[in-house]
Ligand binder design. Sequence first.
Ligand code: NAD
Ligand code: UDP
Length: 313
Amino acid sequence: MRILVTGGAGFIGSHLCTRLVDEGQDVICLDNYFTGSKRNVDHLIDHHRFELLRHDIIQPILLEVDQIYNLACPASPVHYQVNPVKTVKTSVMGAINMLGLAKRVGARILQASTSEVYGDPQVHPQPEEYTGNVNPIGLRSCYDEGKRVAETLFFDYLRQNRVDIRVVRIFNTYGPRMALDDGRVVSNFILQALKNEEITLYGDGEQTRSFQYVDDLVEGMMRMMAQEEEHGPINMGNPREFTIRQLADLVIGQTGSSSKIGKRPLPADDPKVRQPDIRRAKALLDWEPKIPLEEGLERTIAYFREALADSHA
Ligand code: NAD
Ligand code: UDP
């Protein structure tokens, strides 16, 4: 099959492209390099089943493909707030363009949606039926509402045009190839710990997240794409929940760092809790995360150690 991965040079996209090429698919990786980089797909550049395309999904594009994974969108709060109007355009106009492409060529299309559609949740853990608690006018809204409208568009293209959609709601995912300047909690804490700098804990650190290793997510997304029964949305995340303070302690312990924890103000609208209810994914896809946080952190720490050494060199 010929498969388009938008945002393919980003963190998750680069792992997905690698798996797809390894499984014998032809992959077109499309990216505007806003937060991704060619370095993330360096290992694929010379592969005869891999093509790299510089393009911005807010512009239409004509391609002949069988499947589309739509991942193009900055995911870190720091990055998606740099140019919030552009974030909305990427989510909304990007979705329209990719759905239009899917409609034209009859491709199946999977949307990388997010747990942020639940906002600051009042239901815990979050099942797919929960419709969320999102502030429409806050600093995170460009991303949260952008992704919500993208879901709306996916289901309207299904109802109106019979486009064969899949929607996956991704919970906090981490791993090698997160950008050094990503600003998300796992990469921040690991880098700070490796440099023996202060760990920047926002608020009291009692807010929770559930961290999924990237390989588990890629496996889940591919299973969702392959099955014929369900359009989604399907939660994909690791249900083991940690406070951010626990994460800081784990990272300090596993890096052997002398860093101390320093407190910073909690950003506006920061969700207090987040944990996926993954019963639907288990039943439909026989899928659940396999890599515990401690093991995923080891692999991610090893990656960042090397990336830091390279950046110094
Ligand atoms: P990332 O920032 O590393 O990857 C996003 C990629 O999209 C980058 O390569 C970037 O250059 C590209 N991109 C951004 N805007 C674009 C545009 N207009 N046109 C073309 N390319 C564009 O982030 P990630 O963590 O790999 O996230 C990938 C997808 O998964 C995103 O859609 C994100 O919303 C979703 N997601 C991620 C997480 C997570 O925890 N990592 C959680 C929920 C959802
Ligand atoms: N966080 C933190 N220190 C950091 C970065 C993030 O304490 O240096 C907190 C942040 O306030 C949030 C959690 O870690 O409660 C996860 O933040 P992230 O930006 O990774 O993703 P989010 O789940 O908020 O989109």
